[in-house]
Design a binder for this molecule. Sequence first.
Ligand SMILES: [Zn+2]
Length: 78
Amino acid sequence: MQHTCSICGTVYDFVWKEGTPLPKNFPFCSERCKAADLAKWLNEEYAISSPLPSLILSDTERELLVELGADLDDDDID
Ligand SMILES: [Zn+2]
């Protein structure tokens, strides 16, 4: 089955069998796109509320988010 990444528009093969976990980055093509979507979401949330849930992020996701401009510096929250 094929799926279109909603971040970059890449059409990628999506292999999934019923009863197994979804692919790690679903519905995105890559961890980078997953992080980009998360960054978008976090930036919107951050405008309204409080500390970012950075603890739920993997190190790779944190690095990607910082690279994408998300403010994940926990020490800098008022
Ligand atoms: Zn993508």
